[in-house]
Design a protein around this ligand. Structure first.
Ligand code: PMV
Length: 355
């Protein structure tokens, strides 16, 4: 490719930086109706998390003979060459960088440009361990790269684009409490805000019990969702569940919200462990935390647990109970770190660049 070939390309030289939150789903997405377009089998609802995010800088320039992708994580930097590599504690899969380049290709195609890009991305949390790094990562990449390519896209269009990089990434673009529609076409499967971040003072306390990368990435695990005999039942029940959850949100009814969230997490993991081959994302400490949450609830504390595709537990409570709940979590053996989140706004530009 001749990166300096057209005047058109010269116009596109630009650098942008965006920050996007991770999100935690109240009603989860597990299973696709279209693998290539990442169209989900069911709609989902999530909140953005205030204290776990990705910052990404993208620059398109004729100075880059090829795409350069650098992903920085806690304790780890993995740079450039598309090979499996081990630095520090974590192994970054080659496929993650290839997914970034594939996403840049989507954006270049829409912008009708050919320039290569440099991408530097930094997470402030352990990646690939059930805190949704692909969601914040692809949301930040989409927003920064689209602007760097001078595309003028609506929020809806940005969510559709982000969805193609990583399904749940579309929910990290709108603010606060977010709904992602399931549909048979790409244009109709987009995400939008149900309520702003200030709507309800709730907490998602991420309880870190493992820092290593998960063995089965969600994209790979999800491909086998159809082999679980429990999947059809889960999907049949979703419309009613979405309705109940929306009503609990409207009424700010925390016990009902919490019950639905916890039930949906168990339902998703029931599908995961009954797939062929089964995927178990938990470890011993995961189960210890879940049992503790249930015991605290039996003793009158309104607290609920949910998991993504990883061993770390998200403990949900209302703002007024934050101190009590964090104290109890800290006392559990096996807990390495906690991250306290409240609902947050979606992806946005920030000043300053990572390079
Ligand atoms: O965005 P993906 O393709 O990595 O999917 C992750 C889906 C879950 O996090 C497991 C559930 C959800 O809805 O967030």
């Amino acid at each position: 490719m001749d990166a300096k070939s057209t005047d058109n390309d010269q116009r596109f030289v630009m650098k942008k930086t965006a920050r996007a939150p991770a999100n935690i789903a109240f009603i989860k997405y597990w299973g696709k109706q279209d693998e290539r377009l990442r169209l989900p089998l069911n709609p989902s609802i999530s909140i953005n998390l205030s204290d776990v995010h990705t910052v990404t800088t993208v620059e398109f320039s004729p100075d880059y003979p090829e795409d350069v992708v650098e992903i920085r994580m806690q304790n780890t930097t993995y740079k450039n060459s598309l090979q499996r590599n081990v630095v520090g504690e974590e192994t970054i899969r080659k496929s993650e960088q290839e997914r970034v380049v594939a996403h840049l290709n989507r954006i270049r195609k829409i912008a009708r440009m050919r320039l290569s890009a440099k991408v530097v991305s930094a997470n402030n949390f352990p990646s690939s361990s059930g805190v949704a790094s692909s969601a914040s990562g692809f949301a930040a990449l989409t927003v920064a790269a689209a602007a760097a390519a001078r595309l003028k896209l609506s929020e809806r269009e940005l969510t559709i684009l982000a969805r193609m990089g990583s399904g749940s990434a579309c929910r990290s673009i709108p603010d606060g409490f977010v709904m992602w529609e399931a549909a048979a076409t790409s244009e109709e499967s987009y995400a939008y805000s149900l309520f702003p971040e200030s709507y309800w003072d709730i907490r998602d306390i991420v309880v870190i019990v493992a820092r290593h990368m998960k063995e089965v990435p969600s994209t790979e695990g999800m491909r086998k969702a159809g082999s679980s005999p429990l999947l059809p039942g889960r999907i049949r029940g979703v419309t009613q569940k979405i309705g109940l959850l929306k009503r609990a949100l409207e009424k700010r009814d925390f016990p009902t919200l919490g019950r639905i969230i916890e039930e949906d997490s168990v339902s998703m993991h029931a599908v995961m462990v009954t797939q062929d081959p089964p995927v178990f994302y938990w470890n011993d400490a995961t189960i210890t935390v879940i049992r503790a949450v249930s015991a605290w609830r039996d003793n009158g504390l309104p607290v609920y647990a949910t998991l993504d595709a990883g061993p770390n537990v998200h403990v949900m409570c209302e703002g007024k109970d934050e101190e009590k709940v964090t104290q109890k979590i800290t006392d559990i053996l096996g807990v390495q770190q906690i991250i306290i989140n409240h609902p947050a706004k979606g992806a946005h530009f920030i000043d300053g660049h990572l390079f």
